[in-house]
Design a protein around this ligand. Sequence first.
Ligand code: TYD
Length: 208
Amino acid sequence: MTGRFIVFEGGEGVGKSTQSRLLAEALCARGLDIVTTREPGGTPGAEAIRALLLDKDGPGWGTRAEALLFAAARADHVETLIRPALARGAWVVCDRYLDSSRAYQGGGSGLDDSDILTLHRIGSAGLLPDCTVLLTLDPAEAARRVEQRDAGKLDRIGGRAADYHARVADAFRRYAEAEPERFAVIAANGAPETVHARVLAAVDSLCP
Ligand code: TYD
């Protein structure tokens, strides 16, 4: 039996980490074997690449090098954690994945979507989630949540200008429209439990 692969996507401050945790807890309570993870990161190698990518006092990267590093981190994550978990029948709940590369390095930074998909084919044999939950939120509300959470300590990518993040949000929306069978677009306004109920309803069709 193979498990299911569920990914949370969206811009900064939309509540992906909270919703990943709440979904993982709900699925655990149903007796499923759940693996929670995140990108960039999730394995020792990918976490090392995360630090290279996001540390404010790190070297800094051009757009292409950045895209390659995200793809390399993902390749390690997929090969050593995600595929083995799915193969043993576990469900994997991941905070960010390929569509973040498409939205940030593509929509935000201007790389071709087809190039990012090629990197994904090379690095991770093109593995796609069964369901990608895109959390959407009014930018002003997202900025307020980020300010509360990070108190001005944004990482190298989170700290980019508002117009960059607007292009990212726009790109996410376009990908979801283009692949409605893979995406569930969920409004992230309201209390965490309210949003969680929306997520559960969307993911329910995957459940045994
Ligand atoms: P994360 O720590 O999840 O930030 P947040 O909690 O704000 O969502 O992600 C780190 C940053 O990396 C975030 O700004 C998005 C960016 N990112 C990319 O640019 N490309 C990618 O492929 C991934 C996975 C993340």
